[in-house]
Write a protein that binds this ligand. Structure first.
Ligand code: FAD
Length: 333
């Protein structure tokens, strides 16, 4: 059982910055995210894009902003549970909240900060009749530990950044790597496409264009896939099939917790971004109120105000004293 002051659901930029603001008030945070890495949309959708509206940064790459946020919160030693989705919420007799994840991790805290952005990123799945049967038995949509594929025969399908980035990474790990793409053109960054063609020329990657993985075979665990290529169909041995067509966000289980919801967003009071359940706050893209803008800097502001009220809940009505960081500096937890 994990116990902390604040459980933050979502390790996107707003969840990460919330750790900083909570840390200034000496509150300890535990972040949970469904993705295997922190950063939310910045890590998942646009890591290499420059952002121009972060105060004090005329231009900053999304990935660099995430790295800076992680560095900024280091003194407050947040704990992370990554690759797990928060599923259930229970209010305990002592008023604390208990959350549990799809992996069975249990967390308890007097305050919950929902920084879940657009929701959980769910994989886009190809239409293959027996695909679900092989989930956890040879079919993965998110790569959490590349070592799993060492010396294995792996087939990746997709033509975007995720598919190509993983081809480049896994080419030195797998015993045989195959990329199947239903078109001739790729949506991925031109530099990655060119590196991928180099791998093909070096014999490190087998490439099938205008092709689709049509069938999966194997007793219990995947052992081969059938590829439909123009009017030809053939099978190749395969330990793992990785359909990497990107992820799309879904609000998921949070929608069933009794929170006020308006158009897939959580209704909050702009005084402190509290929800209709005392002790639960919602910050960043997940919340809605009059005049809401889905911008990172708005989420930073929301986190700052929300932790002030969180402090009062955790310290039973006591008010946090307001001090500038230029006066106090950063005192690690
Ligand atoms: P997110 O970044 O969405 O993070 C939420 C996290 O919560 C995710 O990692 C998700 O996996 C996790 N999560 C959700 N539900 C659960 C659950 N049940 N259990 C566990 N984890 C869960 N904003 C700007 O200010 N400036 C820009 O220039 C800008 N450019 C953008 C460009 C693009 C292409 C896009 C898509 C967005 C852009 N944005 C920009 C918007 C900005 O990315 C969002 O406002 C910001 O990411 C919101 O941060 P967040 O922390 O609220 O949520």
């Amino acid at each position: 059982m994990i116990q902390t002051d604040i459980v933050i659901i979502g390790a996107g930029p707003c969840g990460l910055f919330c750790v900083f603001e909570a840390g200034l008030l000496k509150l300890k945070c535990h972040l949970v995210d469904y993705l295997p890495v922190p950063g939310g949309q910045l890590a998942e959708i646009y890591p290499k894009k420059p952002i121009y509206d972060i105060p004090g940064h005329p231009e900053i790459l999304a990935k660099d902003l995430v790295d800076n946020l992680l560095k900024q919160i280091e003194p407050f030693k947040p704990d992370f549970t990554l690759g797990e989705r928060v599923e259930t919420l229970e209010i305990l007799p002592n008023g604390y909240f208990q959350l549990s994840t799809d992996h069975g991790t249990c967390l308890q805290a007097p305050v919950i900060m929902i920084a879940a952005g657009l929701g959980c990123f769910e994989p886009r799945k190809p239409e293959i009749s027996n695909l679900i049967q092989y989930e956890k038995h040879g079919v993965d949509y998110i790569i959490r530990d590349p070592e799993k594929f060492r010396n294995k025969e792996v087939v990746i399908s997709g033509g975007g950044d995720s598919a190509l980035d993983w081809c480049l990474y896994l080419s030195n790990i797998c015993s045989r790597l195959t990329l199947v793409h239903r078109r001739k053109e790729f949506r991925a960054a031109p530099e990655s496409v060119s590196k991928m063609h180099d791998l093909v020329a070096q014999g490190k990657l087998q490439l099938f264009l205008n092709s689709e993985v049509a069938e999966l075979h194997g007793d219990h665990h995947l052992s081969s896939v059938s590829i439909q290529s123009d009017d030809r169909k053939f099978s190749i041995a395969c330990d793992y099939f990785l359909p990497l067509y990107g992820l799309s966000p879904k609000l998921g289980p949070i929608a069933d917790w009794g929170l006020g919801i308006d158009k897939s967003a959580i209704v909050v009071d702009t005084k402190d971004y509290s929800t209709n359940i005392p002790g639960i706050f919602a910050i960043g893209d997940i919340n809605t109120y009059d005049g809401k803008l889905k911008l990172i800097l708005c989420g930073f502001h929301e986190a700052t105000l929300a932790v002030q009220s969180a402090f009062k809940i955790i310290h039973k009505g006591q008010k946090p004293s307001f001090k500038y960081t230029t006066v106090t500096g950063i005192n690690s937890l």
